[in-house]
Design a protein around this ligand. Structure first.
Ligand SMILES: NC(=O)c1ccc[n+]([C@@H]2O[C@H](COP(=O)([O-])OP(=O)(O)OC[C@H]3O[C@@H](n4cnc5c(N)ncnc54)[C@H](O)[C@@H]3O)[C@@H](O)[C@H]2O)c1
Length: 371
């Protein structure tokens, strides 16, 4: 519900507004937050919104558009549908759309079957839950299908030459109150937000692969992001099944990749210098730092956690991220492309997904260090 003015806020403040769980406040920023605080004290959870050209930004996400139903997007669409939101999944071609839909159908069935096998859900319960989740999803190849969604999450290719025109197009067609979220791993949110023409309404929504299993969501704000939009985006992500939300500024790699990717680069620089062997570096970080796998093995494996997808990303993606950061931040010493990484990519040895990177791989199993 929206309280449109201070006087209406006062009216609700004295009434018994049964059933109101979320209160949004339309109005200019300072007044709006004052009312929001007052309403929160009275009614509980409260998300302030601001007027943009006479229209309030959404304060409660009920409908979600997910654009790109690949590795990440299908999982995000599934999670939102499981949380009871209406989801429109968009792909640019029918074949990709069907692939995305099939991934979601299969994933929903698989996850529920696991719960039945564990005895935490009956077969009838699983069928009812699958039906509920799948009924929340619709699919389209036309981007216009998301025009009325409260939130649009973008999970298309990691390329600013594609993302910038995409956001420009979306900004022109979506309802003025919609919130935009990019699932980019390494590209700046700010430039995408500016391209959309409504930078105050954009955040980063960085999920991890596979979305169905990885609990973390990084919610990213830029210098333009309206605080109420940021709060609404965080609240939305926290409503998804089993998700834990952290937040950060629009800094390269946000939290996880900002720490992880330079750590991999440092490990590969040790390899280049001959400081230690690949095996010893990996053993050391596993046993000495308690990491589940060493950084060189991780470089081969990185961002390809979902072994059921034949495609995936590997050393080429890590190289591309580092090279992009070097170009954008030439004075940051943590960002560089190690020579051995450059050589592996040039040789087409991209890690687990090609069967050979720094290690030899048999499917998902590392067999030993590659020469
Ligand atoms: N793969 C990961 O582990 C991972 C993790 C976190 C974030 N991300 C980010 O998520 C985004 C998507 O990555 P992914 O791994 O899911 O890629 P993907 O290649 O598996 O999926 C991208 C999908 O977007 C579709 N697409 C491309 N342009 C489109 C458009 N204009 N309209 C509609 N659909 C379009 C493609 O057909 C494809 O199905 C990237 O920005 C990536 O950096 C990826």
């Amino acid at each position: 519900m929206l309280l449109r003015s201070a006087s209406s806020a006062r009216r609700f403040g004295t009434g018994g507004a049964d059933g109101v769980r979320t209160v949004g406040v339309g109005g200019v920023e300072i007044v709006g937050y004052g009312i929001a605080r007052a309403a929160a004290q009275r009614f509980g959870p409260c998300v302030g919104t601001t007027r943009r050209f006479g229209t309030a930004v959404v304060d409660d996400v009920r409908t979600v558009g997910v654009v790109g139903l690949g590795l990440m997007g299908h999982g995000i669409a599934q999670a939102a549908a499981q949380a009871g939101m209406k989801v429109v999944g968009v792909e640019r071609e029918q074949a990709a759309l069907e692939l995305g839909k099939n991934r979601i159908d299969a994933s929903v069935t698989r996850m529920l079957a696991k719960r039945v096998a564990k005895g935490t859900l009956t077969q009838e319960g699983a069928e009812a839950e699958a039906a509920r989740t799948l009924a929340n999803l619709s699919y389209d190849t036309r981007i216009e299908a998301v025009h009325d969604c409260d939130l649009i999450v973008e999970a298309i290719v990691e390329d600013m030459r594609i993302k910038v025109p995409f956001w420009k197009q979306l900004g022109a067609l979506c309802k003025p109150s919609a919130i935009f979220g990019s699932n980019t791993s390494s590209l700046p949110i700010t430039a995408q937000a500016e391209a959309s023409g409504r930078p105050a309404q954009m955040v980063g929504l960085h999920f991890f692969n596979p979305v169905q299993l990885m609990k973390l969501v990084e919610v990213i704000k830029t210098a333009h992001t309206e605080p109420a939009v940021f709060e609404t985006a965080k609240a939305w992500a926290a409503r998804l099944p089993d998700k834990v939300v952290v937040s950060a500024k629009d800094t390269p790699g946000f939290i996880v990749n900002r720490l992880l990717v330079p750590a991999i680069a440092q490990a590969l620089a040790m390899v280049d210098r001959g400081d230690a062997s690949i095996v010893d570096i990996d053993i050391a970080m596993k046993l000495g730092a308690g990491h589940p796998m060493g950084p060189v093995l991780l470089a081969d494996y990185v961002r390809s956690m979902a072994t059921r997808w034949p495609r995936g990303v590997g050393l080429d993606t890590t190289r591309a991220i580092l090279a992009g950061w070097v170009a954008a931040y030439p004075n940051e010493p943590a960002f560089f492309v190690p020579a051995c990484l450059e050589a592996k990519v040039a040789a087409g040895q991209l890690g687990r997904k090609t069967g050979r990177g720094f290690y030899h791989w048999d499917g998902d199993k590392p067999l030993g260090v590659a020469q």
